[in-house]
Every structure is written in C-alpha cells, then in structure tokens.
Design a protein around this ligand. Structure first.
Ligand SMILES: *Cc1c(COP(=O)(O)O)cnc(C)c1O
Length: 503
C-alpha cells in the first residue's frame, strides 16, 4: 500500500467505521458461535504472496464481525463501559502515524510533555489536591498507564520499596528478603481481582478486609486487622481502597481510612477505575473526598471518559517514590494525543454532560425495576450501574440471565453479592438513549413472564379454597405471576403481594 492507496483505503475505512457505529444496533449484541469458530474460516498459514485489500476487507464481515461482542451497541449493558469517541479514534490514527516510542524525553519530547500537561488538565478537572499536579510547587504528578491493573501493581511496588527503606533506616541489619516476608497489604473483599494479582506479582501477603452491608471498607475492620498483624510481627505497608467496586459500585470510606493509613505508615492507593470519570462533575466530587490522604490515585478515562482503550490515568503525591519505575514496559505510545483531542472537542461541559446523561439512564432503569414488585434492587444506585434480581432463588436468576444471554437482544453479566446471584445492568455505550432502556426492560420483563409461567408447572402452587368464590393462592417461590394453572384451566388473577386473588 503506497501513500496514494492509503489515502483511498483510509477514507474508505473511515466510512466503514462510521457505518458500523451508526448501524451497530441492528447487529446482535452478542455472538452466536462456538469456541474455535474462527480457525476453520481462515488458512492455517500466512500467505506467501501478497493479497489484495479488497479480499481482506471482505473477510472482515465474513470472519471477524460474526465473532464480535459489540461493546458499543446501545444494548450492551455488561461489565463497565469501554470508552469510545470519534475525536479519540482520529487522534489514535495520528498516534499510529507518528509511531514514536516515547521512553524518554529525547525519544519524543512532545509525547512526554503533552502527557504531563494532560494529566494536569485532567487532575484539575477532578479537583485533585495540588500535591498531585506536576505543574505546581508540589512533588507529585501524573502518568498514563495501560490499565488500572498496571497502576495498582506500580503503586504496590513503589510502596514495597519505600517500606523496605523505612525498616532498614531503623534497623540496617535486616535483610531485604527478611523484610519482604513480613510485609502485608490490604484490600476490600470487593476489590478487583487485579489487586490480588498485584500482591502475587509483588510477592507480598495480601489480606481481604470484610466490608459493611453497603459493601464498603470501614476504618474499624481495617484497624483491627492491622493491629492483629502487627502483634504477630508482620509489617502492614499498603492498602488499596476502591471507589466504585466492580460488583456493585460501592465506595470505601476514604476520610476514615486515609488518616489510619497515614498514622500506620501504610501507602494508600485508590482504585477508582470506573467511578473516577464521574468526579469531573461537582455533584459527584464528594465521593473522592479523602484523596488528600492517598499516596496514589488511579482511574480509567478508557472506561467512562470517552478516551478509547488504553488510557489509565495515575497520579502520585511524591514523584520520587516511583521515579525509576513509572511503568512496567520501556516503550510507551503517544496516548496523551487522544486525551488532548477529546478534552478539547468535548470541553469539561461536554464530559460532564456525558456522565450526567448516563447516570440519569441508570436512574431511569432503577425506577423501572423498583416499580415491579417481582424484582429487587440489590445495591444503592450511585452512578451508572444498577444491581437487581428477581425476588427468589439464585437458580431462578441464573435461569433468567441464561435466557437474556441466549436471546442476544441485550447483554449483561452477573455478580455475587452476599452470596446472592445478582444481575448487573451498566449503562455502557455512548449511543444508549432512554428508548433503549425502556426496550431492554420490556425484554427482561417478557423473558421473566415466560420464565415464571413455565416455572409454575414445576413449583405447583397450593390453592386454598376460600369462603366464597375467591381462591387464595400461596406461591411457593414467586411473588407474582400473570397466569396460573389450576385444575387444567388457565385463570387470570390479580396479584397483591403474596396473596393472589383469582377472578
Ligand atoms: C475495571 C476495573 C479494573 C480493571 O481495569 P483494567 O484497566 O482493565 O486493569 C480495576 N479495578 C476496578 C474497580 C475496575 O472496575
């Protein structure tokens, strides 16, 4: 492909991308395939002779698209959002063209400098304390990591170095390996799996702190564990707090936990991978109160701030703590370009509008769920995630999700909360509107209706003859059904809580 062909194909690709995104809701959101589907569709070896661009692009629809889970479909409600916007995609093209490996200032000054300034811009949008902002008198600053997982690992490694130095400053005879074997890190029992993995890679012990009934870590529980461990001769050195946990979007109590960590000389890292983007809105900023106690803070603009993957923003209070290991790889892409394009083309107001719109959609879904007595909300809806379930057994909810997944009209994933199987409904795509939410709920209630109707066969309700023409039915497992089969006749009934009046 020479420059002339690139001009033509590049423009065609832009059209393909725009068509794909404009018409994405016509595609089934979740693929209908068996694992291993792809291998039989393409040759076993790379071609010896060059092939034409036409042949490749034809295979995109034949081979690739059938196997894509469409994260940017307005019917995608699984996991957490993956950010996407046109300015970010355009900037990524430029990043590809410059193609520098920005491992040092000299390797590409613009790459290093724009990143520092973008992290300052973003930090100011979040009203981070000045100590985290590089262009001030503070000693802190920001860096782009690939993922939140890497940010957590970097913070843990920095904390580990610092703890070793601190112990050796008091007792120079202690060997590093002796100290390492005594270090203990803490995180919530609701924390992301990447936190536990960071401890595994960092070769330190990690303990899970039990959470309260809002799935948040409170000071008392952490304090108790830290004291037990100190009494056992261990060295508490690190706590990873979560703002916006993955299962239910719960918030650890930073204003209680921060001072404790500071007193105990424990590094406090904050993982706000999803929720962090919301802090650009003043009304959600109080959720970040207590960040002033943290040593490092991280969130993913690639989740909810319209900057395409990968872009995870990390700030530290003391640059000196992580200099020498700002990141795991040597090479770095010019990722700040996509932040620059997005921040300028949306403006702070545009970013706030995006967050507010999606929170409003979550609230809309929440009210639909609350209005239906068969369902319950399982955790407070603070941002764009709604955790809900059918009142009833885990098996019943598993079956409902199975049917939702199989229908391929909408896509969601479950979580476990206090041993209960819960459905997570996250507002994800930028193109999701109110009518998609209404349609998704319509679909869920339709599948629920069918499920409960079938289930009556299995869980035959006990009918109790009442005085006159009214029969009360006590349901075994379900709160409400529209039809019930008694003596082989379908009878419509009105439902009031557990008592069902037959007409
Ligand atoms: C999504 C998520 C992560 C993982 O993010 P990556 O960038 O993929 O590593 C970590 N923590 C929380 C709370 C998350 O929601």
């Amino acid at each position: 492909m020479d420059a002339a062909e690139f001009r033509r194909r590049g423009k065609e690709m832009v059209d393909y991308v725009a068509d794909y995104l404009e018409n994405i809701e016509k595609r089934p959101v979740y693929p209908d395939l068996e694992p291993g589907y792809l291998r039989s569709l393409i040759p076993n070896e790379a071609p010896l002779e060059p092939e034409s661009y036409e042949d490749i692009i034809k295979d995109v629809e034949r081979v690739i698209m059938p196997g894509v889970t469409h994260w940017h479909s307005p019917y995608f409600f699984a996991y957490f959002p993956a950010a996407s916007s046109y300015p970010a995609m355009v900037a990524d093209m430029l990043c590809g063209a410059i193609g520098c490996i920005g491992f040092s200032w000299a390797a590409s000054p613009a790459c290093t400098e724009l990143e520092t300034v973008m992290l300052d811009w973003l930090g100011k949008m979040l009203q981070l304390p000045e100590c985290f902002i590089a262009g001030t008198h503070g000693r802190g600053g920001g860096v782009i990591q690939g993922t939140a997982s890497e940010a957590t690992l970097m913070s843990l490694l920095a904390a580990r170095c610092k703890a070793v130095r601190r112990v050796q400053a008091i007792n120079a005879k202690k060997s590093e390996s002796e100290i390492l074997s005594k270090l203990v890190a803490y995180t919530s029992d609701q924390a992301h799996s990447s936190v536990e993995r960071a401890a595994l890679i960092g070769a330190v012990m990690m303990r899970k702190v039990p959470t309260d009934n809002h799935y948040a870590v409170r000071k008392e529980m952490l304090k108790k564990m830290v004291e037990e461990d100190k009494a056992a001769g261990l060295i508490p050195f690190y706590f990873c707090a979560t703002l916006g946990t993955t299962p239910s979007c719960a918030f650890d109590h930073l204003t209680e936990l921060g001072p404790l960590c500071n007193e105990e000389n424990m590094w406090m890292h904050i993982d706000a991978a999803y929720a962090g983007s919301a802090f650009v809105c003043p009304e959600f900023r109080p959720l970040l109160n207590g960040v002033e106690f943290a040593d490092s803070f991280n969130f993913n603009p690639h989740k909810w701030l319209l900057v395409n993957f990968d872009c995870s923003a990390m700030w530290v209070k003391e640059r000196a703590d992580i200099i020498g290991h700002w990141q795991i790889p040597l090479g770095r892409r010019f990722r700040s370009l996509k932040m620059w394009f997005v921040f300028r083309m949306y403006g702070l107001k545009g970013l706030q509008a995006h967050i507010r719109k999606q929170v409003a959609l979550a609230k809309e879904f929440e009210s639909l769920v609350r209005a239906d007595k068969r369902f319950e909300i399982c955790a407070e809806v603070v941002l764009g995630l709604v955790c809900f379930r059918l009142k009833g057994s885990n098996e019943l909810n598993q079956e409902l999700l199975k049917r939702i997944t199989k229908s391929r009209e909408i896509h969601l994933v479950p979580c476990q909360l206090s041993g209960r199987f819960v459905l997570r409904f996250a507002i994800c795509a930028r193109s999701t509107e109110s009518h998609h939410i209404q349609q998704a709920w319509q679909h869920i209630t339709q599948l629920t209706f069918e499920l409960l109707q079938e289930a009556t066969g299995q869980y035959s309700p006990t009918a109790v003859q009442d005085n006159h023409s009214v029969t009360k039915v006590k349901l075994c497992s379900f709160e409400a059904l529209s039809y019930i089969q008694i003596n082989s006749i379908f009878i419509t009934f009105l439902c009031s809580d557990r008592k069902i009046i037959l007409r």
